[in-house]
Design a protein around this ligand. Structure first.
Ligand code: NAG
Ligand code: NAG
Ligand code: NAG
Ligand code: NAG
Ligand code: NAG
Ligand code: NAG
Ligand code: NAG
Length: 447
């Protein structure tokens, strides 16, 4: 109990302090090199019931985890150990907090909504969704978001009306699937209907995974556990990744694969287990062809050491779909310089276009269609063994360049690190462009 409330209170205090600072205006605008020509953002002032109050209920969901420990350090969670500078026990659900904290130091904030190119809603949508997903309001999940909408219409309605919500955006730290329950499902099957409400069709939602067809959401990277505070720490990590000895060819970090019905995880398990125990040294200097780090039942979720060390020692990391096509592990693998192997395009290629350039996927990842593996006997390990070492090295070099783009750096980090665009910066760029082109389409762009 005690550590939870300590962290929560600390967080509250610090947060409000920052909030107060930012609302006085340009406190964070000390970097004179910033160009704000297409990027003024107004942070919509919301009552605390839409954000901070939700944190106070972190231990109130018996059917979900107690997420109080993950609130520490502005949503990064606790450090992995006392002397760590960059590594935290980060939970992906906390992206809404992480994002909010970074928004407060965005260099081009404006107090004046009429001057803004975009309006950020600091609403912790996925935390508010918990009462519908795992709480007492499970049967009213079509109401998720209506309270927010009502507030936006009643309090300073001009901010919404100016562009009918087309310039508004928010973060929803879950796959869009969790918010796409058709309104007519009664009782609900799974999820809330936030993204199905016509009230929010015009708002850009940044989710961890988007739906297969174009909609109002756009996917941004899952947060990993690495949040360096300065350039030196980022560079030393990159150096470690570059030099790491890769003695295992293929790594799968995850669970599943024990079902009786054929599926990609079962194929992986069969192939991988059959290949272990073979100590022959393979081409490429590998000691092992394949290894599984069993992370069933979420045992690795807040313990990055369990999977980052093995991933540093592997050349390829398998990213099969599970409950959803995307996984956080894709970003952990990139961070470790381990080449991701995808089994369907929905796992990353059609998702993270802002952060992982869609037309360059072959240069840093491998695609093996899952149908070929599950039903046609294609062997994953044979495909991967057939990739020449020179190509593997080029792919890894490319991945090293992607690491800064997919990580969320620490807030208030050094200016050297701020000069590099991280996952947050790239998300903002993408959002601003998306809003801009939408407004042009609708001829609502006039200032
Ligand atoms: C927090 O939980 C209490 C009791 O479980 C509930 O009454 C309250 O509405 C919740 N607050 C929010 C902001 O969800
Ligand atoms: C970490 O620091 C805290 C407080 O500073 C201390 O109570 C705790 O024992 C330390 N943990 C380790 C593993 O050193
Ligand atoms: C939700 O609805 C189902 C079916 O109508 C019912 O069995 C269940 O008790 C309801 N849950 C709550 C929390 O009201
Ligand atoms: C969304 O935009 C459309 C077209 O611009 C507009 O007709 C509609 O009223 C807007 N919806 C809301 C809830 O403002
Ligand atoms: C691989 O393992 C699975 C079960 O683990 C088994 O059914 C299959 O026959 C094995 N294949 C080979 C080639 O040994
Ligand atoms: C170990 O690998 C070598 C080289 O690929 C292969 O010839 C041999 O059959 C494998 N042994 C076992 C027990 O799988
Ligand atoms: C940001 O970091 C600097 C030192 O790097 C420190 O002096 C300052 O208080 C920090 N500001 C915030 C808001 O954390």
């Amino acid at each position: 109990m005690a550590p939870c409330s300590f962290f929560t209170l600390f967080f509250f205090f610090f947060f409000l302090f920052n909030l107060a600072l930012s609302q006085q205006g340009s406190t964070f605008q000390s970097d004179r090199t910033v160009d704000c020509t297409d990027g003024w953002i107004h942070i919509r002032r919301l009552p605390t019931r839409f954000n901070l109050d939700l944190l106070g209920n972190c231990s109130e969901y018996p059917l979900f985890v107690n997420f109080c420990p993950y609130l520490a350090n502005h949503g990064f969670g606790q450090k992995t150990h006392n002397h760590s500078y960059s590594w935290y026990r980060t939970d992906a659900l906390m992206l809404e907090l992480i994002f909010h904290r970074r928004m407060l130091e965005y260099p081009c904030l404006t107090e004046d909504p009429n001057f803004a190119d975009a309006v950020y809603l600091p609403y912790y949508a996925s935390l508010d969704a918990l009462r519908y997903l795992h709480g007492p309001e499970v049967n009213s999940s079509t109401e998720h978001g209506l309270e927010l909408f009502e507030f936006l219409q009643e309090d300073e309605p001009g901010i919404w009306k100016r562009r009918l919500g087309h310039d508004h955006f928010l973060v929803m730290a879950r796959p869009a699937w969790d918010f796409s329950q058709p309104l007519e499902n009664d009782p609900p099957i799974w999820g809330t209907s936030f993204l199905e409400l016509p009230e929010f069709f015009n708002v850009t939602a940044l989710t961890l995974e988007s739906r297969a067809w174009p909609w109002q959401e756009h996917a941004i990277p899952y947060p990993t556990s690495f949040h360096p505070p300065n350039l030196a720490l980022l560079d030393s990590w990159l150096e470690r990744v570059r030099k790491s000895k890769r003695s295992t060819m293929t790594m799968f970090v995850g669970g599943g694969g024990n079902s009786a019905t054929p599926n990609i995880r079962r194929s992986i398990r069969n192939e991988c287990e059959n290949s272990t125990g073979n100590s022959t040294t393979y081409g490429g200097g590998y000691v092992k062809l394949c290894e599984i780090v069993d992370c069933s039942n979420g045992i690795c979720e807040h313990d990055p050491l369990k999977f980052m060390r093995p991933m540093l020692q592997a050349s390829f990391c398998l990213q099969p779909p599970g409950d959803t096509p995307t996984r956080r592990s894709t970003f952990d693998a990139i961070l470790a310089g381990c080449i991701p192997v995808f089994f369907e395009e929905q796992s990353a290629k059609t998702q993270y276009g802002w952060h992982l350039p869609e037309n360059e996927f072959e240069s840093f990842s491998v695609h093996i269609p899952k149908e070929e593996v599950v039903y046609k006997g294609m062997k994953i390990l044979n495909v991967l063994r057939g990739i020449p070492g020179s190509r593997v090295r080029r792919m890894r070099e490319k991945i090293l360049g992607l690491i800064p783009r997919v990580m969320y750096r620490k807030h208030n980090s050094s200016y050297g690190l701020r000069a590099k665009k991280d996952a947050f910066d790239i998300s903002i760029d993408g959002t601003l462009k998306r809003i801009q082109s939408r407004l042009e389409e609708l001829a609502l762009a006039d200032r």
